[in-house]
Design a protein around this ligand. Structure first.
Ligand code: ZN
Length: 218
């Protein structure tokens, strides 16, 4: 199934123009099986999203995009998170201590919010976002090279803040997941692949074939 693993909802991400209902509606149209709300330094939507998912039957997984001192990290499966910026390694350790999973968001985006070469210095990341709908092809390609080098799981996500971006990229999960427990278990097992939306469906990318990655962004 395909899940957009990094998205922003306007209630708690002040730079987003998206409401959950609209996000789910577009996600359904594109064929996504679930979405992830990963607001900036907030998990405020958690209760509402759980209620919404139960009512509609559409999986909504709430995580967080935490701006560590070295860059953005997306995490799931945690209850507690720091109220101020802390070193990336400390945040990763905190996620692991709570049994959660995390991935580096847009590590080479040119806005100083990616981990960049800190990827080689931190330990415990589960994955790396190699396809981000709001990041250049070059930066995505570089992320893919690091994922291969470091042996990290590969994610794709839209990082959407506006309707046009919802679901433009997504992650292929080998199994169907509906609950957060299933999502975390699948995430820890691995086998995820980045994908992008084209001509009415999702195209999975083999990151070992960089030509493919380039084609996705021309
Ligand atoms: Zn984001």
């Amino acid at each position: 199934m395909f899940i957009d693993t990094h998205m922003h909802e306007m209630t708690y991400s002040k730079d987003s123009f998206l409401k959950l209902d609209q996000m789910v509606s577009i996600a359904r149209q594109k064929g996504l099986g679930g979405i992830c709300i990963t607001d900036h330094d907030s998990m405020g939507l958690k209760e509402y999203a759980a209620e919404y998912a139960a009512r509609t039957g559409f999986p909504v997984f709430v995580g967080i995009e935490f701006f560590s001192l070295q860059g953005d990290i997306v995490a799931f499966g945690i209850d507690e998170y720091p109220k101020e910026r802390i070193p990336a390694q400390d945040f990763i350790d905190l996620v692991k201590a709570q049994g959660g999973v995390c991935f580096a968001a847009h590590p080479f985006r040119n806005n100083n919010r990616g981990l960049e070469d800190n990827l080689r210095r931190v330990h415990g990341l589960d994955g790396l976002e190699v396809l981000n709908g709001s990041t250049s092809a070059d930066a995505c390609r570089k992320a893919a090279e690091y994922a291969l080098e470091l042996g990290l799981f590969t994610l794709g996500s839209s990082d959407c803040h506006i309707p046009e971006k919802v679901g433009v990229c997504a992650t292929y999960f080998p199994e169907e997941v509906h609950t957060m427990q299933e999502f975390l278990a699948a995430f820890k097992k691995g086998g995820m692949k980045p994908a992008y939306y084209t001509e009415g469906g999702y195209q999975v990318i083999d990151i070992k074939n960089s030509v493919n990655l380039r084609a996705a962004w021309i």
